[in-house]
Design a protein around this ligand. Sequence first.
Ligand code: NPG
Length: 382
Amino acid sequence: MIRVEVVELVRVRMELVTPFRTAYGVEHGRDVLLVRVDGPDGEGWGECAALTEPRYTAEWADGAAAVTERFLVPALAVACDAGGGGVAAVDVRAALDGIAGHPMAKAALEMAVLDAELRALGEPLGRRLGAVVDRVPAGVSVGATGSIAELCSVVDGYVTAGYRRVKLKIAPGHAVEPVRAVRERHPALALQVDANGSFARSNAAAVTAAAAELAALDDLDLLLIEQPLAADDLLGHAELARRLRTPICLDESIVSVASAAVALALGACSVVNLKPGRVGGLLEAVRIHDLCAAQGIPVWCGGMFETGIGRAANVALAALANFTLPGDLSASARYYRRDIVETPFVLDDGYLSVPPGPGLGVTVDRSALADLGASSRVLRLR
Ligand code: NPG
């Protein structure tokens, strides 16, 4: 329980060190939305995973900032008034769910309250979530490249840097040849692919067409094939899972514990990519982790090019027992020339350390935010 008197919305544009191409388009950087809560018990930070445009899901950074200011902060204020001026992190999601949707915006606010609560208690986030390790294996997601030679060169660089798992983007017509080239170059590398739903088609032939092309991946010893079909096509994924040997993993389809339970019941996936923002918060992510653990379904932590703030939350989450596969958890330098936390994430023998300090365990570098031209809106709750 912490008393919240102020919510600050911080916006900052951060350019990626290299543009990142997916089926959604090319990401050159992020218009980051950070949320800071403050009050007599101290402050806490959260990061919103929404990107600049609503292409991955329906959320986007400006929309998340607007819904936070106009609806979520007032809802938090009502919860604080009911709680004698304070709110417990476990109650934030319920307090916000009178507003429909906007899971990434809600997740950022919950993260900020959780960070503040834990800092006040001197408790690390990992411990609160149930972490069982103090470091997690670093994985890297590689955007689509112009040529196979370029792709192999990029992968070589990450393998040399020590990354323990590589994820490649695939799409119809660009699924097998690039992946086979990387596999031939790195026979023992932990390798997986992500289609971001690009094999989806409007007709029932989607599964047949996808299976025809993706079947060739079954000989490449991949960890998984992520989200080949549309986010809402659970039956299609279940049919595809019956036709392929490589495990199917879902990302965009899994938006809550309830949707995870349906996906597992239908056999739509046998691995789950967990992203706190996509599912509406770290605490919902833990509930999905627990559901999957009970059914023997491994999970791993996905990424949305987070800054050191969101990455600290992801690394703590990825330290839970059923995160048995490396996540899209890379060093700060893989994303940004300069991170906005005082201790950027660096690879150590292919691992990222879970920050040991209270709360997120990172300190926001406000001078870096100022240098990057960050803007701020301070909202008073009372
Ligand atoms: O390393 O944080 C990271 C990025 C990981 O590939 C990554 N994100 O499909 O999960 C994804 C992908 C992505 C999502 C890319 C949305 C672009 C938009």
